[in-house]
Structures are given as structure tokens and as C-alpha cells.
Write a protein that binds this ligand. Structure first.
Ligand SMILES: *[C@@H]1O[C@H](CO)[C@@H](O)[C@H](O)[C@H]1NC(C)=O
Ligand SMILES: *[C@@H]1O[C@H](CO)[C@@H](O)[C@H](O)[C@H]1NC(C)=O
Ligand SMILES: *[C@@H]1O[C@H](CO)[C@@H](O)[C@H](O)[C@H]1NC(C)=O
Ligand SMILES: *[C@@H]1O[C@H](CO)[C@@H](O)[C@H](O)[C@H]1NC(C)=O
Ligand SMILES: *[C@@H]1O[C@H](CO)[C@@H](O)[C@H](O)[C@H]1NC(C)=O
Ligand SMILES: *[C@@H]1O[C@H](CO)[C@@H](O)[C@H](O)[C@H]1NC(C)=O
Ligand SMILES: *[C@@H]1O[C@H](CO)[C@@H](O)[C@H](O)[C@H]1NC(C)=O
Ligand SMILES: [Cu+2]
Length: 624
């Protein structure tokens, strides 16, 4: 009989060599800090009027610079930036390999880029024009300070929008930088319901031209729903992505389609906003001949550092500056599935950067030497320094184990658990509704962890631990409602006695997606300053669909609840009507966040009634 380890690896489609390689060396990425004058974190004098320009990117608006603590201060511009998003069931063909079913926003892939200034209010009206799917749109990385119900996580902060329904989201951009929005309903974002967001603000290094957002994703010729269905029952792992799209386009293996093309001019510096919007693939990104100067990680401005390669987990963003100082010509931009993070793709991702005045042609450049080894979080230094109190760590830190079946469920579904539970939610009965009804009987499968807190300044600490026997796969862990303060990560089993000295409490990196290393641990912290029900989940769409998700219920007495009779409740009423009608042709068959059956049934036992960890309930004969 195969070991659980080997079965897990087989289910996730890892070759034995990858499994073995993953267990070995873990090194940090190259991180030469740039030590030029003002770019090391010294504030420059900004004109009273603001003064943001090519040589003064630290400056922004009167009283606001890249040194402003954006957790407590932001410009109240009074501006409202409005967008309309129509989600439709249609077809698309981004690399010319053939038309397939897609769900698109406003008929394009990716959907429109939302552009606003720091401190603006963003108002987005979403129309669900799908015939047979709900939807909900999550504004990835936005802190949603005191606006939990705008987070767009169906089953947690809102009811899913029924087919035909309309909903308006509204929240303030209290942070700036680069992010994306995507459907949080089932596997829908993998079929096209994604777009990027650019919030203009100050920067920690200078540049001449902002090239805007550069989303990169794995791409399947089958739909994400089909891929997930195969992944859920497969003995050989999720299907291999067929291609990697850069800014929504690529050439296929047979040469159809087109590369994304960017023109640059000798002597200029360019800001590029890289976003990994994949379903299953971690990416390794570089531009041949042009090192990246990193100025932000997720929504956090960082002290600039230079690197030739970036490893990007799903949902992660890097804002980088490149300098056009090489021989004029064509250069490959590469985004490859990162084997160091157990990712694979049938084809690598390519785009072309061309110097102005040169004819566009396929480049002949080669990738830089020494790509990173291991699947790691680079240690960046936030520009706005914040320390984490270490005194309460030992008393308050709690462990959340991440484990993997085999769990015998209907149809031999593959499941992931966190703290023993594989999440299943009801898109029609969000956690916020329980809170509004003062009902503490959350179903066990909602995987609610109530956060101990006496005030907004109480810190909470979490050790996310790969359980013994879990397959050695990195998981990009995304936290809603907060930036994770990344105290540390490593291999093996965390123990305060052995690993406390490794934790960084002085200005640790902060970001909203952090890699949990294979066979290892990750320690995060955050202050309980944002009341709400906040999801924390793996951003690999297949894994969240298989339940790798939990929610923190933070200071529930202080959550701003929806007003009675408001649109929020109407969304729930419409969802209930839809579920009771005859047009709901697809039963829920995933976690609901990326999907599974509601109510959940585990070998005849309703998950609401489970008191023992799901992964201890039933063992079934291993898949062979
Ligand atoms: C999309 O359209 C196809 C073909 O008409 C249909 O089979 C499918 O159910 C639709 N999907 C959704 C989510 O509406
Ligand atoms: C959503 O639509 C897809 C077809 O496009 C279908 O496979 C899936 O089951 C639907 N999911 C739900 C929960 O309605
Ligand atoms: C991405 O594509 C859009 C639409 O084609 C284009 O306007 C934009 O300049 C591209 N961005 C980059 C960074 O290539
Ligand atoms: C995107 O993230 C996934 C999963 O975290 C990773 O496997 C992939 O390499 C990343 N892609 C890029 C282009 O960074
Ligand atoms: C080009 O610019 C990069 C980034 O600023 C720098 O590291 C490199 O030394 C420069 N190369 C040349 C040839 O000037
Ligand atoms: C994890 O689950 C167990 C069993 O349900 C529960 O007792 C424990 O409190 C949970 N852990 C946390 C951190 O909430
Ligand atoms: C679940 O628990 C409820 C209340 O404790 C009980 O009435 C019900 O019979 C249980 N259902 C199952 C399937 O165990
Ligand atoms: Cu995962």
C-alpha cells in the first residue's frame, strides 16, 4: 500500500522527483538592498501642494507621502469612482487555440481595470447575467476597515447574487498600490471573472512611466469547473494548465494567438504592476537583461530592493521598476510555472518588451542565471515600520494544522482540512447573518474561529502548520480584512522553544498572501482592529474548493451589520427564491467558496454535527 504522502503527491500530480526536490534546500531569494540616498527610506521634502512626479514619487498629496501610516491616515478625497460590471456566460479564445466557454466581465478578459486615487471611494455595480451560477465579487487585499459586508465573500459576508440580480459594492481605498478583484463563487474566477485594480499613490522609488497592471495566469482549455471536477476525483492530480496568459494573451503551442507587447524607451524607468491571478500555478517571473527593483509587495510599500527573479504565489502582487538601459532590441518577459513551488504547465508564459524604434520580433535573449531554489517568501522591509509585541506570543499563539485526506466523502472527493475541518458554507446563509441574528450556532463546517480580543490593540498570533503526512505542497495563504504580519516561516514542525528566536517582531514583512512552505510552518500576527468575519484560505482555487479555508470572527459585537431591509437582505431573498425555483440546475458540489454540496454530507453524517476532526472520521481504501 502506498504511503499517504505518496498518494497525496499522486493526487496533486507531483512527480516523485518534484516531491523529493521539494523536501530539500530552501533558500531565500537574492535580496541586494539598494542603498541609494533617498530610496533607503529617508523622507524627502515634499512641496506643500503634494508634488508627485518622476523625481519625487515619495510625495503625494498635502500631508501624505509614502511614509504616511496608511493603517491610520489616508486622504479623504471625497471622490467617488464608479464602475459597472456585467458578468456574462460567453466564449473566449485568448491564445487562438480554440473557442471555449468563459464567464467574462463586460465581455473582456481580464475585466476592466479599476483605477482610483488613494482615499477615493470605489463604487461598483455588479450584474449577474449568468443563467445558472451565483456570483460575489471579492476586492482582494482591500482591508475593508469597518466595512466587512463589502468584502464580497459569499457565505461569509453576503449572500451570493442570484442569476439576474444586481448589487452595488462601496468602500474606500484606504491603501494604494496594485491588486485585483475576482469572483469568490465556486471556481468562477478561473473561467474569466477577474480584473485588476490600480490605486494611484506615492511610491518608494522614482520612475518615469507607469505601465499599469500586468496580470499573469495559468490557462486551461477545459473550463475551471471541469478542471476542478477532475482534480477532486483524480488519482493523478489536477490537470496540467495548457498555457500561461500574460495580460490576457499568449501564443499557443501551435503558434496561434499573440504575445503581449510592451514598448520601452532607452533611458527611462518604468513601473510595472505584476499580479498572479492563477488558478493552480505559482509563477517565476523575470525580464531578461532587466533586474526588477521591487517597491511594493501586495499593498505594502517596501524599502526598494533589486532581484532578477520573483516567485509569485497566487494572489500576490509585486510593483517593480525596470530601467531601460540595455542595448536597444527585443527582450523576453517570462512567467513560468515554478517547479520549486510544485507548479507545472504545458507551456511557459512569454511577453515581449521592445525598445522604441526597433522592429518587434521574437527575442533571442536568455533567462538570467541562478533562478531561486525553494518556494519562499522574500523578506522585504516595509517602508512604514511597525513592530509586533513579542511578550504575549507564547500565551496567545494557536496552531492551525493544514492536512489532506484521504477522507471518504461522496464520490471519493479529495479534501483539505484546516484545524481538522474542511470548510463548506451555504452561499445563502452567510456568517454575518448568524451574527445579525445573535446566533452562535455556526455549523461546524463553517470553520469559524472566534478571535480572543479585548480591544482593537489586542494582537492575535497564528501558527499555520503543515500536518504530518500532508503532501509537500506550498499553499499561498490569503487573509481577508488584514495584512498578515509575517513573523516567520520554515520547515518541520514549529515549536516556540526551538523557533522563537527565528521569528521577526521588528518591522516584519506585511502582505495579504503568504506562502506556507511545503512540510513547514508559517507564523502570522495581526492586531484585532477590524471587526468582521474574515476568511483565511489557500488561494489555489482547487484547494479552497476542497475546503482549505477557515474564518476568523473578530470582535463580532462591533461589526457594522447590514441595515434591515437593505439591498444586502434583498440579495439573500433573491438567492432563496432562486434556490427554491427550477432554474438552479447545478447542485453545490464544493466548499461554496469555490464550491461543494450544501448541506455537507460526510458518509451520512451531516457536517454540522461533526465534533471530531473530519480527517479522523473515516478512512477509505487508498486510491490507486
Ligand atoms: C453557459 O451557457 C452554456 C451553453 O448555453 C450552458 O450550458 C451553461 O449552463 C451556462 N452556464 C452558466 C453558468 O450560466
Ligand atoms: C456554475 O456553472 C457551471 C457551468 O458553467 C457548472 O458546472 C457549475 O456546477 C455551476 N455551479 C453552481 C454552484 O451553480
Ligand atoms: C495590457 O493590455 C491592455 C489591453 O490590450 C493594454 O492597454 C495595456 O497597455 C497592457 N499592459 C501591459 C503592461 O502590457
Ligand atoms: C502564481 O501563483 C501560483 C500559486 O501560488 C504559482 O504556482 C505561480 O508560479 C505564480 N505565477 C506567477 C507568474 O508568479
Ligand atoms: C541598468 O539599470 C540597472 C537597474 O538600475 C542597474 O542595476 C544596472 O547596473 C544598469 N546597467 C547598465 C549597463 O547601466
Ligand atoms: C480547532 O478545532 C478544535 C476542535 O474543534 C477546537 O477545540 C479548537 O479551539 C480549534 N482551534 C482554534 C484555534 O480555534
Ligand atoms: C444533528 O444534530 C441535531 C441536533 O443536535 C440532531 O437533531 C440531528 O439528529 C443530528 N443529525 C445527524 C444526521 O446526526
Ligand atoms: Cu493550497
Amino acid at each position: 500500500m502506498k504511503s499517504l504522502f505518496a498518494i497525496g503527491a499522486a493526487l496533486l500530480g507531483l512527480s516523485t522527483s518534484v516531491v523529493n526536490a521539494a523536501a530539500v534546500s530552501v533558500e531565500r531569494m537574492e535580496m541586494a538592498h539598494n542603498l541609494e540616498g533617498r530610496q533607503t527610506g529617508t523622507p524627502q521634502q515634499c512641496p506643500a501642494a503634494g508634488g508627485n512626479g518622476p523625481t519625487s514619487r515619495q510625495c503625494w498629496a498635502p500631508g501624505f507621502t509614502s511614509f504616511t501610516d496608511m493603517y491610520t491616515s489616508w486622504p479623504n478625497t471625497g471622490a467617488i469612482v464608479s464602475y459597472n460590471l456585467r458578468i456574462e456566460n460567453t466564449t473566449c479564445n485568448p491564445d487562438g487555440a480554440g473557442s471555449r466557454v468563459c464567464m467574462l466581465i463586460n465581455g473582456r478578459y481580464p475585466g476592466p481595470t479599476i483605477v482610483a486615487n488613494w482615499g477615493d471611494t470605489i463604487r461598483v455595480t455588479v450584474r449577474n447575467l449568468l443563467q445558472h451560477n451565483g456570483t460575489s465579487i471579492h476586492w482582494h487585499g482591500f482591508r475593508q476597515l469597518n466595512t466587512n459586508i463589502q468584502d464580497g465573500a459569499n457565505g461569509i459576508t453576503e449572500c451570493a447574487l442570484a442569476p439576474g440580480d444586481v448589487k452595488t459594492y462601496q468602500f474606500q481605498a484606504t491603501e494604494y498600490g496594485t491588486t485585483w478583484y475576482h469572483s469568490h463563487f465556486s471556481h468562477q474566477y478561473g473561467d474569466g471573472v477577474v480584473g485588476t485594480v490600480q490605486i494611484n499613490g506615492p511610491a518608494t522609488s522614482n520612475y518615469d512611466v507607469d505601465l499599469g497592471t500586468m496580470p499573469m495566469t495559468d490557462w486551461y482549455y477545459i473550463t475551471a469547473y471541469q478542471a476542478a471536477a477532475r482534480a477532486a476525483v483524480s488519482t493523478t492530480g489536477p490537470p496540467l494548465p495548457d498555457n500561461i496568459l500574460i495580460n490576457g494573451t499568449a501564443k499557443s503551442a501551435t503558434g496561434t494567438g499573440a504575445y503581449n507587447k510592451v514598448t520601452i524607451q532607452t533611458g527611462k524607468k518604468y513601473r510595472l504592476r505584476l499580479i498572479n491571478t492563477s488558478v493552480d500555478s505559482q509563477l517565476r517571473v523575470n525580464l531578461d537583461g532587466h533586474p526588477f527593483q521591487v517597491i511594493a509587495t501586495d499593498f505594502q510599500p517596501v524599502v526598494p530592493y533589486t532581484t532578477t527573479y520573483l516567485q509569485m504565489g497566487i494572489g500576490q502582487r509585486y510593483d517593480v521598476v525596470i530601467t531601460a538601459n540595455q542595448t536597444a532590441g527585443n527582450y523576453w518577459f517570462r512567467a513560468d510555472a515554478d517547479a520549486q513551488c510544485q507548479s507545472r504547465s504545458a507551456k511557459g508564459g512569454l511577453a515581449i518588451f521592445t525598445y522604441q524604434g526597433q522592429a518587434v520580433a521574437d527575442p533571442t535573449t536568455v533567462a538570467p542565471p541562478s533562478p531561486p531554489t525553494g518556494c519562499q517568501n522574500p523578506i522585504s522591509t516595509p517602508q512604514i515600520a511597525k513592530n509586533v509585541p513579542s511578550a504575549s506570543f507564547a500565551a496567545q499563539a494557536k496552531t492551525l494544522p493544514v492536512a489532506f485526506g484521504p477522507v471518504a466523502v461522496q464520490n471519493n472527493l479529495v479534501l483539505w482540512t484546516i484545524n481538522g475541518t474542511s470548510m463548506v458554507i451555504d452561499p445563502g446563509f452567510p456568517t454575518v447573518k448568524y451574527v445579525a441574528q445573535n446566533n452562535n450556532n455556526f455549523p461546524a463546517s463553517y470553520n469559524v474561529v472566534q478571535v480572543a480580543s479585548t480591544s482593537p490593540t489586542t494582537w492575535t498570533f497564528w501558527v499555520i502548520q503543515q500536518a504530518a503526512g500532508a503532501p509537500p505542497i506550498a499553499h499561498p495563504i490569503h487573509l481577508h480584512g488584514h495584512d498578515s504580519y509575517v513573523l516567520g516561516s520554515g520547515t518541520g514542525t514549529f515549536s516556540a522553544a526551538a523557533n522563537m528566536a527565528q521569528l521577526r517582531f521588528t518591522n516584519p514583512p506585511r502582505r495579504d498572501v503568504v506562502q506556507l512552505p511545503p512540510s513547514g510552518w508559517l507564523v502570522i500576527a495581526y492586531p484585532t482592529d477590524n471587526p468582521g468575519a474574515w476568511l483565511m484560505h489557500c488561494h489555489i482555487a482547487f484547494h479552497v474548493g476542497m475546503g482549505l479555508s477557515m474564518q476568523f470572527l473578530e470582535r463580532k459585537q462591533s461589526i457594522n451589520l447590514p441595515a434591515p431591509g437593505s439591498e444586502w437582505y434583498q440579495t439573500c431573498d433573491k438567492w432563496a427564491t432562486y434556490k427554491a425555483g427550477t432554474t438552479d440546475v447545478y447542485p453545490q458540489d464544493d466548499s461554496g467558496l469555490k464550491k461543494r454540496q450544501w448541506p455537507p454530507v460526510l458518509k451520512g453524517i451531516k457536517a454540522e454535527n461533526l465534533t471530531v476532526p473530519v480527517n479522523k472520521i473515516v478512512e477509505r481504501p487508498p486510491l490507486v
